[in-house]
Design a protein. Structure first.
Length: 181
């Protein structure tokens, strides 16, 4: 009597989990927190090009002057598609924050604990969400000053985040509104 042969089943990984290149994230596309950035992928490629130069920018409607966040290809207020790119202030204050101590999103497990929050930019009527670096999570405070910084993720894409400014140092000058309001 022949013995039954057990053939191991090879599990195939889903195509979207295959890394796109060296250093590329291996999380499924829908769980990739970083957007498509190239000119052939988005009409907002100028936003990422500016981030590569260390500048955080957004769009302003040429017709009614509305300042958008996130940047837009069309003004959501008047539907004008002529928009200008403007630099945003480089500093702000923490409006609210949360520390991620467990249950981090896929691909971010090694970064726990980390802080995310909402930041009111100094001199611009915009409240931005982002990672907050620079302080242990238990030392982060509402109202704390942060500065904007840009950084490159493992696969070469760029993004922005905030970094706390030391409270004991001299208070950094608040940039004037420069016509954002
Ligand atoms: Zn408009």
């Amino acid at each position: 009597m022949a013995e039954a042969t057990v053939v191991p089943v090879k599990k195939k990984r889903p195509a979207e989990a295959e890394p796109a290149g060296p250093g590329a994230p291996t999380v499924p596309f829908l769980l990739d927190f970083y957007p498509l950035e190239r000119e052939d992928q988005t009409r907002l490629a100028a936003f990422y090009a500016a981030l590569r130069e260390g500048r955080l920018t957004t769009t302003r409607c040429r017709r009614d002057g509305a300042l958008h966040w996130p940047p837009r290809t069309v003004c959501p207020k008047c539907h004008e598609d002529a928009v200008d790119w403007v630099d945003l202030p480089t500093q702000g204050r923490i409006y609210a924050f949360s520390a991620v101590l467990a249950g981090a999103p896929l691909g971010m497990e090694a970064e726990v604990p980390f802080v995310v929050g909402l930041v009111d930019l100094d001199g611009a009527p915009l409240r931005l969400f982002g990672r907050i670096e620079g302080s242990a999570w238990a030392e982060v405070r509402i109202g704390q000053t942060v500065r904007v910084e840009t950084y490159t993720i493992a696969d070469g894409r760029v993004f922005y985040r905030f970094r706390t400014v030391r409270a004991e140092g001299p208070a950094a000058a608040v940039r004037p509104s420069e016509g954002y309001l």
